[in-house]
Design a protein around this ligand. Structure first.
Ligand SMILES: Nc1ncnc2c1ncn2[C@@H]1O[C@H](COP(=O)(O)OP(=O)(O)OP(=O)(O)O)[C@@H](O)[C@H]1O
Ligand SMILES: [Mg+2]
Length: 284
């Protein structure tokens, strides 16, 4: 069996191998600080963005760091995360961004020399920004600026951002920032205009007549490596959820977060260590 090192994230299985020979051939990508692992997941409603995000969250949680999760839409997929210290619903997503942005800032200023991996996952980023642009333009612009800064400076500081949206329109991605994602994924039966926003023309031609269902699609890695992927739904939901809860709950090492920004805010955390051993054997 193929071994996957800790800095390799499995995105899904190779689409061709899955359908041609029924083979489960992992499609992996480097998520160490030497590679741009900022990720954008796009696709129409129901294309599998949230379920894919959930699988990615669990896999990252298994190998490294802590996760902040912004859930603008608050649909049922992530219901079980409500109550976790780093779960930020609706307009609280901005607090998640600020917490992660401050961690990046502390690293840049030299206050925090650690490179403890931090990931901000933001479901329905575009809808969130558009809603804000409609009623508080300054706030929306400040959010976009901070996201752009994380995209530009986060990699070497071990701060990564993963967002999902239906269509990555330029209005929420100033100065071409949607091209700053090292991992671009378009899921499901997509319309050409979504591909055109993220993929160079020759890659769009390579898609041909493939007919992607939910959880299947195209991944462009580092702007040059085109893969077709299939992400099966993870059967063991309990284990998946335990990992995601752990990712949003485990304590961040001292010094990573400034005192004023402590996301736990003095709340006594559930003892995540009691189920740590069982988490070690989880396969997602
Ligand atoms: N990897 C997958 N394999 C098979 N079916 C999937 C997969 N991912 C999602 N689905 C199916 O598609 C449905 C919608 O998935 P999901 O909620 O992740 O989509 P979404 O893109 O986030 O949609 P929305 O834009 O409405 O939030 C799921 O309830 C599930 O039935
Ligand atoms: Mg969704």
């Amino acid at each position: 069996m193929m071994t996957i090192s800790d800095s390799n994230l499995m995105l899904g299985y190779d689409y061709g191998a899955w359908y041609d020979g029924g083979e489960k051939k992992p499609v992996c990508t480097d998520i160490s600080t030497s590679t741009n692992s900022h990720t954008i997941l796009c696709g129409m409603s129901g294309s599998g963005k949230s379920k894919s995000e959930e699988a990615i969250m669990a896999r990252i949680a298994k190998s490294e760091g802590a996760i902040f999760f912004g859930d603008f839409k608050q649909d049922d997929t992530f219901k079980y995360l409500r109550g976790c210290p780093r779960y930020y619903p609706y307009y609280q997503t901005e607090e998640a961004l600020n917490a992660v942005y401050n961690i990046l800032h502390r690293r840049q200023s030299g206050e925090d020399k650690s490179r403890y991996p931090i990931t901000l996952i933001w479901d329905e980023y575009m809808a969130n920004v558009l809603a804000l642009l409609g009623n508080d333009k300054k706030r929306a612009e400040s959010i976009m600026r901070k996201v752009s800064e994380i995209l530009m400076l986060g990699r070497s500081m071990a701060v990564r951002i993963i967002i999902s949206c239906q269509r990555p329109d330029a209005s929420a991605f100033p100065s071409g920032s949607r091209l700053n994602y090292g991992i671009c994924i378009v899921l499901g039966a997509s319309i050409r205009s979504i591909y055109e926003m993220l993929l160079p023309k020759e890659y769009i031609d390579a898609i041909g007549d493939r007919n992607f269902k939910a959880g299947e699609g195209v991944a462009l890695l580092q702007g040059s490596d085109l893969r077709f992927i299939k992400m099966p739904l993870i059967k063991n939901e309990k284990q998946l959820q335990a990992l995601c809860i752990d990712a949003l709950t485990r304590e961040i090492p001292e010094g990573v977060v400034g005192e004023a920004d402590d996301p736990h805010g003095g709340i006594v955390l559930p003892d995540v260590h009691t189920h740590k051993h069982s988490l070690d054997d989880i396969r997602v």
